[in-house]
Design a protein around this ligand. Structure first.
Ligand SMILES: NC(=O)c1ccc[n+]([C@@H]2O[C@H](COP(=O)([O-])OP(=O)(O)OC[C@H]3O[C@@H](n4cnc5c(N)ncnc54)[C@H](O)[C@@H]3O)[C@@H](O)[C@H]2O)c1
Length: 257
């Protein structure tokens, strides 16, 4: 497999619907992939899929909010493949976004659910960033990509706690871009609109999906490959003048100033 990411070692942290799409796409561009997820079996399936198509990948169980676990996945990349060139931090605790009838507004949000989401979606992004930076610096620089969400911007009528848990990604990303830019590290966030994959198709009604598609100027639903394609650009040398940015990948559904 030859491509823009040939010779690069990249961690994909969070291997669910979007993450498996990212890992496969980056591998198809030639990257060596280290994939981690709290669901270790899920991560293993993604690695096997890549290997079965001729790519190079290993998997490990990862709790992205745990410092020892984040250090382990970085150590795995370095010991197995000689260094680290990029990390896409993509995992999320999504129970807070699918609250099964519990209130989701500012007065009703369950605080235990909120704390659980903050641990993974906010602290976890900081923990993985801190684990990766020294290895990226040793390599002469690299790329950190974060998966944010449009819910941060749009008032999040039924996703208040989820939006709060993901909003800290943006100041983290801008700080890393500023503080470590001179060492060759770039940091950017992708802000997806609704991105449909098998797990979501199983829980969202046809009416809901059609509504989302029609709300976007392109009149189509997003798929994991749309996020993966932007990740590949940001990981590649083609993206080496892009840093500190939030890139919406949503078919134009939400146009920020
Ligand atoms: N699908 C969408 O429409 C959409 C829209 C906007 C943003 N996002 C963001 O995209 C990312 C991926 O979402 P998805 O739709 O693929 O969801 P998903 O549930 O399929 O994937 C999330 C993955 O994170 C893993 N995870 C949870 N806690 C973890 C932890 N502590 N450590 C490591 N892994 C952990 C889960 O096991 C799961 O595999 C998330 O950050 C989400 O907030 C998704």
């Amino acid at each position: 497999m030859a491509g823009r990411l040939e010779g690069k070692v990249i961690i994909v942290a969070g291997a669910g619907g979007i993450g498996s799409g990212i890992a496969n796409y980056l591998a198809d561009e030639g990257a060596t992939i280290v994939v981690g997820d709290i669901n270790g079996d899920g991560a293993e399936r993604v690695a096997q899929e890549i290997v079965s198509r001729g790519g190079t990948a290993v998997a490990t169980a990862l709790d992205g909010a745990d410092e020892a676990s984040a250090a382990e996945i970085v150590a795995l990349a370095v010991s197995r493949f000689g260094g680290l060139d990029g990390i896409h931090i993509n995992f999320a605790s999504l129970d807070i976004a699918r609250p099964n009838g519990k209130p989701t507004d500012v007065l009703g949000q369950d605080l235990d659910d909120y704390d659980a989401a903050m641990r993974v979606n906010a602290r976890g992004y900081l923990v993985c960033t801190r684990a990766a930076i020294p290895a990226l610096v040793r390599r002469g620089g690299g790329s950190i990509v974060y998966t944010a969400t449009n819910s941060i911007y749009n008032g999040a009528a039924d996703l208040m706690g989820y939006a709060m848990s993901k909003a800290p990604i943006l100041p983290l990303m801008r700080h890393v871009a500023t503080r470590h830019g001179a060492e060759g590290i770039r940091a950017n966030a992708i802000s997806p609109g609704l991105i449909v994959h098998a797990d979501l198709e199983a829980v969202l009604s046809e009416e809901h999906l059609t509504g989302y598609a029609n709300a976007a100027p392109v009149k189509r639903l997003g798929r994991p490959r749309h996020i993966a394609a932007v990740s590949a650009l940001l990981m590649s040398d083609d993206g080496d003048f892009i840093t500190g940015q939030v890139i919406a990948v949503d078919g134009g559904a939400f146009m920020r100033p």
